[in-house]
Design a protein around this ligand. Structure first.
Ligand code: SF4
Length: 200
């Protein structure tokens, strides 16, 4: 598992994402302490992402590790009593509304807040638009996507753009070849953690 090449890939990805966020700045309300994206989700992680996350976890203080381990245990117990495969949960690395592993976070975490292009021509607007945050100025509640009529009434705003940052695309074979990495198997973050901490 080549973590060095993966870190290079993250640098390349981050550079692009910083530009995307800059370009869309008037629509973006993300700020420190807003952690809505980390409060309910499945969080897909590939093996290399998970290994890098654990690399960061091992650097945390033992108190913080203990706290996080307890959260994972609670989530595991909740998951086994919940029905269905799509158990949604608050990420156990979220502490006081901040990511305790920010530099080591996964690829999906880095894309939170932007509009995603999924290839069907319909931009996927972040869910926080429905609560008055990102892209809410151009949200069409009915179609759940961008209203270009609302955009035309805004003065000095950039065009609301969706980017090619769908998780599946960012972790596809092409990126593996270009960056000389292997993402490996993909699972929900919690499923990786259950394995890592030998909870089953
Ligand atoms: S790893 Fe960090 S950024 Fe990603 S979901 Fe968890 S708390 Fe949020």
């Amino acid at each position: 598992m080549n973590l060095y090449n993966y870190i290079n890939y993250l640098e390349y990805l981050n550079k692009n994402l910083i530009e995307f966020f800059k370009n869309q700045a008037p629509y973006i309300f993300c700020n420190k302490g807003c952690a809505r994206c980390c409060k309910k989700g499945i969080y897909p992680f590939s093996e290399i992402e998970f290994r890098y996350l654990m690399f960061g976890y091992k650097k945390l203080s033992s108190d913080l590790q203990y706290l996080i381990k307890n959260k994972i245990l609670n989530l595991y117990e909740e998951k086994i009593t919940s029905e269905g495969d799509n158990y949604m949960y608050e990420c156990p690395f979220l502490i006081n509304n901040e990511c305790s592993l920010y530099d080591y976070r996964g690829i999906i975490c880095r894309t939170f807040g932007l509009m995603t292009y999924q290839g069907d021509g319909i931009p996927k607007i972040p869910f926080c638009a429905f609560t008055g945050l990102n892209y809410s100025q151009v949200l069409d509640f009915k179609t759940q996507t961008v209203s270009f009529e609302k955009f035309s009434r805004l003065k000095g705003f950039p065009e609301p753009l969706a980017f090619n940052i769908d998780y599946k695309l960012l972790t596809n074979k092409e990126h593996e070849e270009i960056c000389n990495i292997s993402f490996g198997e993909q699972k929900s973050l919690l499923d990786w953690l259950i394995l890592e901490f030998e909870l089953q």
